[in-house]
Design a protein around this ligand. Sequence first.
Ligand code: 4AD
Ligand code: MG
Length: 462
Amino acid sequence: MKRTKIKEILTNPIINEEYLVKGWIRTHRNVKQIHFIALNDGSTVKNLQIVIDEKDFDSKFLKRLTTGASIGVRGTLVESLGKEQSVELKAINVELYGECDAETYPLQKKGHSLEFLRTIAHLRPRTNTFGCIFRIRHAAAFAIHYYFNQRGFIYLHTPIITGSDCEGAGKMFKVTTLDLYNLPYTPDGKIDFSQDFFGRETNLTVSGQLEGELGALALGEIYTFGPTFRAENSNTPRHLAEFWMIEPEMAFYDINDNMDLAEDFIKYIIKYVLDNCPDDLQFLNDRYDNELIDRLHWVLKEKFARITYTDAIEVLLKSNENFEFPVYWGADLQAEHERYLVEKYYKKPIIITDYPKEIKAFYMKLNDDGKTVRAMDVLFPKIGEIIGGSQREDDYDKLLKRVKELNIPEKDVWWYLETRKFGTAPHSGFGLGFERLMLFLTGMSNIRDVIPFPRTPKNAEF
Ligand code: 4AD
Ligand code: MG
C-alpha cells in the first residue's frame, strides 16, 4: 500500500478510506483500553490522531510506541468525536521502525527554550516550531525561483570559490590545500600560493555579484541564489558566517528600476508565504509573536519610503534621540539609527539611496556630485538592513580610478573591468539576505533559528 502524507489526509479526508501513514510519535496516551497517538510526518504542523484498541494489539508492543519513535500505521479514517480534530485513523496494523528511548530522548518534554534547541540542531527539526520555520523557508525559496522564472530571469550559478573580494571588506575565509604545518615560502618570505591547489590565493565568496554582472551583460536579467560566507566576528542575532543570498542583476536598469524590482520582489515572497503557509504562520504567531501575521499584511499594503542618505542624516540630526554612535554626514548608519528611521520616524520599510562613496563598495555608480554613489539599502522594521544594492559603475575610466584608489589588485578584477570596455551598459542589482528575510517572515528574533545548521563564530557543530 502506498503511503499518504498527513497533510494530504487532513486537507482532503475521505471517511472510511484505508490509508498508510508514516511518521514520528509526538505523544501517546491511553484511556483504559484505547490508545491515542499524535503522529507527525513533517508535511504539516498538524498531527494525525491514531486510535489503537488495545484488545487488537500486544500490550508489550504498545509500550514501545513512545514519544519520538518512528512508526507506520495502516488504518481506516473515521470521524473523530474529540474536540481537537475532525478525523482520526483507526489502526489496523502498526509497524515500529525505530524505537526512541524515553529516558534519554531530549524532546521528551515540551516547551524547550530556543537556546537549548540550538544545542540539539540534529533533532530540533522535529519540534513544531522548527517544522514551521523550515517549511516556510522552503516556500520562500520556491517563491523566489518562481518569481524570477515568471519574469524571464536566468538562474546563473556563480562560483563559491573565488579569487576576488566583492565587498572589499576583507572578511573572507581562505580556501587552501597547502599543508599548514609545512608551508612553502617565496624567497622574500611570503607564503607561496603558486604551489596551492589553484596556483593562487582563493577564498569562499562573500557575494556572487561580480560574476552575476558578467551574466547580466549577456543574458539581460539574471539572479543567483546561493550560500555566501563572511568571516565577520560579529556575534549578533543578525549575522551568520554562512548565509544565503539572492542576487538579481539586470542590464538596462537604473537605480529606480532596481528599487521597483526590490519592492515588488519582497512583497511577492511575503504574499506567497501568507497564501501558502497559513498553518505554520498561525503557529508562530500564537507561540512567539502575536503581531506576525498583521505585520506581514501591513508591509504588503505600505509603499516603501524612498529617501536619500543626506535626508536620513537630516532626520536623525533633528531627532531628540540620544544615540550611542554620533550622527554626521559621512557616518555609516548604525542599527540604532536605522531602527529610529524605520520604526519611529517613517513607521514602514524604507529605501535609503545615495550614500557617501567612502562607506560603500568600489563598484557603485558615482553620482554627478562626485561624493555619493547610487547605492540603495532596504531597511525593515525589527530587522534593519535586509537588502543592499546599487546601480553599478559602467564607465571604464571611473571604475578603474576607484579600483586604484582602493588599492584593489587589478590582476584580481581584470575580467570585471573588461566588461566596461566591451559593450558596457547601464545596469543594477541587489542582494537580499535570505535569513534576514526569514526573520521577518517567521517573527523569530535570532538568525540562528531560521537556518537549519547555523555557522557562527566558534560554532560549526552538526
Ligand atoms: O549589503 P551586502 O554586503 O551587499 C552585497 O553583498 C552586494 N554584493 C549585493 C548585491 O548588490 N548583489 O549584503 C547583502 C545582504 C544584506 O543586506 C543582508 O541582508 C545580508 O546580505 N547579509 C547578511 N546576512 C546574514 N549574515 C551576515 N553576516 C550578512 N551580511 C550581509
Ligand atoms: Mg550592506
